[in-house]
Design a protein. Structure first.
Length: 265
């Protein structure tokens, strides 16, 4: 029995999240069914991080065990031919048996895309959050810096979050502008349910001038979700990357969406 890791990208707009659930369209059963058709047996996937309804993925990572022998090209072409257009297998790699898509990851990165201009976009609809009023990126950056580090993020977790501990290490939280686009990138060892979208909700309030940057520290220290800003919409959020030790040799980019460098300084 061998273990295979795969990279998956998907447009989450039509799905009720990654995880299979009754009476709802989810990404997981689509990918498992397509892989099963190539493997010749039922495939069960373990992923780096679940995504909620409407959330996209640029580089989701999953693994499965199989006794079938296929080339990387065979896994890719066969699986993609059975997937809907909104889901694509980006790569496939044989990995050691001790590799685990979730537990071997040392960090995860999410990006949130905000189109900040006075008019909506026909091309970006469903794939970003549109804010018509000008956003003050500098004050959003100030607020973001107050959230970096290891903290109890109870004030940013969903009520239905099932994590045993609310403590997470937010390694970096960056906000920058490129023309009409404001991007937020969050990297952590792991995330709580709705943690990123709740952080974005706070940053949007600060960016509009409705609260000072120090509001981030106040909300964090309250440890009470009821003190928080509204949760940001799902359509701007992307599971951007899962980070693994280099010895596994997994790809870390996508040929479809580039990863522009953060501004220096």
């Amino acid at each position: 029995m061998g273990r295979v890791a795969v990279g998956i990208e998907y447009d989450g707009a039509a799905f009720h999240g990654w995880q299979a659930q009754s009476h709802c369209l989810a990404v997981q059963p689509e990918v498992e069914a397509a892989l099963s058709s190539v493997a010749g047996h039922p495939v069960s996937l373990t992923i780096a991080g679940r995504t909620d309804a409407g959330v996209h993925a640029r580089a989701q990572v999953a693994h499965f065990d199989t006794g079938s022998v296929r080339t990387e090209r065979g896994w890719l072409l066969g699986t993609n031919s059975a997937l809907p257009p909104s889901v694509s297998l980006r790569w496939a790699r044989a990995v050691p048996g001790h590799f685990h898509a979730r537990y071997s990851a040392v960090a995860r990165t999410y990006r949130y895309f905000i189109l900040n201009r006075p008019v909506r976009s026909a091309l970006a609809a469903g794939r970003c959050h549109v804010v018509f009023a000008p956003l003050a990126v500098e004050t959003m950056q100030e607020a973001a810096r107050l959230l970096e580090g290891t903290h109890d993020f109870s004030a940013f977790r969903a009520a239905e979050c099932q994590a045993h501990s609310p403590v997470r290490r937010l390694e970096s939280l960056a906000v920058w502008r490129e023309g009409d686009w404001v991007r937020v990138e969050a990297r952590a060892n792991a995330f709580l349910h709705h943690m990123v979208r709740n952080i974005i909700g706070l940053l949007l309030v600060v960016g509009r001038g409705a609260a000072p940057p120090g509001r981030a520290r106040e909300q964090l220290e309250s440890r009470d979700r009821k003190t928080g800003a509204p949760t940001a919409p799902a359509d701007g959020l992307y599971f951007w990357q899962a980070h693994y030790p280099p010895q596994f040799g997994l790809p870390d980019d996508s040929a479809i969406i580039s990863a522009p460098e953060l501004p220096a300084g």
